[in-house]
Design a protein around this ligand. Sequence first.
Ligand code: G16
Length: 544
Amino acid sequence: TSDKDTMIKRILAADSNYPVIDRTFSYGTAGFRTLGAHLEKVSFRAGILSAIRAKVSNGLTGVMVTASHNPKQDNGLKIVEADGSMLHPDWEKKAEILINSKNLAQTLYDFDQEFTAHNIFEHRGYVFVGQDTRESSQRLSDALRNGAFFIGSKTINYGLVTTPQLHFLTEKGGKIGQARYDEIKANDYTEFFTAQFQNFLALIKDQSTTKYQNELYLDCANGIGSVQMKKVSELLGTDSDLKVHFFNDDLIPDKLNEECGAEFVHKDQKFPTHFEDSSFRGKKCASFDGDADRLILFYRDENDKLVLIDGDKQFVLISMYVKDLLSKLGITEDQMSLVLVQTAYVNSRATRYLKEKGVRNELCPTGVKNAHPIVLKYDIGANDEPNGHGTIVAKMDKLDQVLAGHMDKIEAQKLRAVLLISNMCVGDAIANILLLEAIMRDLDMSIQDFALIYEENPSRNYKAVVKDRTKFKVIWDETKLTQPIELQEKIDQLITTVEEGKAFVRPSGTEDILRIYSEARTHEQMELLAQQILEEIKTKYKDY
Ligand code: G16
């Protein structure tokens, strides 16, 4: 129709205002991600794509403008489905087609053909938008909302929110429907999780503690997490059991993730800025990343060494806690199945521990989107990555059926309450710290006890720059390379030279680098193994 043509003409005119970047963008591990300066056109078109996705599903999508843990000059776009989950894989492909299209009009006509039943040019559909604190985020959010507008959709801008918060708000929108979108406020998120935490604490308020530390020293990566966690802290009130001390809570974009945050602490294995002082010895500390979807716990031991509690250990504790409550209630695996899904990065000692404790454990490729389908096969499914991502998802209807008749028991009340502290859409640093605090408080556990639930092998992640990382291909679970096979053979051989050696190489899906994981029984052996692999890549595969 001519309406269609007029709309496309207007879209093309608007699109031409954004600079062309001569490269192909791919959706990657967690959305489009690269230099913020290169993302304006991508954002505009992602706005169009998200609006189309909304129109052909139930009228809503969400988009978060963030590059999470990546350096401040980077930015990215994470697209969220109306049920709060990550963009469907089929739509990742469609997003790539639209964003890289050299003939946008034709691509839009193609979409129109594919979705004739939906009329993608009709004025309807909503996109919920959030952004992190990066300098480029405002501009990209503007471009994104412009894209949605030009294809006839409305947007609701939640401004500075965390990534998991945007997922939560989108899921809420998907549930309550368009007529009530104006009821959804960014603070619904903080209010919800604070209330869930308080509900759990109310169940154990009479339990005295001797080891639980009620003070938390929080490194906020100078990102948006500080704003939202401060709201939680305020809601908890001054007489709350949990007292949070905020550090690296500066919102100056230049400071984002700089020498602080979950990625820095985990990858560099260093104390974040402001935590270097020995006065922190023994205290319970934690780090968020730039968009607060990752959490790392840590403390400074008596020798001033950094002791990390990574995502694996956090979710081993959470899974064990849930398993224990189920078994105390006499609920069997057949009645309520439980799984912990992890990645190739899992420490061999964690795997061994889970096996000993009888917790079902599966591997999946890096990226929450890969864990999700496996998690959904179980009644209660957790997934995590050592870098601090993780969530536990429960089929609450099924749980309620299984728990019926048990609800007079404290274990049943705790199980229900603890699972509700989890952000079931996506891994969430704020929800997870509340969840872990609840468990530590119930178990009267110090951060030192937590670190001791099992002892990891020393391990570390490294990076290597190569000419074209896409030439490095891996098997499904990313534990081995299929190409270049000679490099894999070399790694296989090097692993055998150290005790409990484990190592792999994979191309990053968020940065233009290769990631190298190394693990061994001692720190020296782990470093030796890593250095040999890095050397091999440098000498033979840099220009591969
Ligand atoms: C994203 C993903 C994570 C992944 C990380 C690094 O995290 O959500 O699953 O571990 O990227 O991915 P890669 O190793 O492929 O670069 P975030 O926190 O940056 O959104």
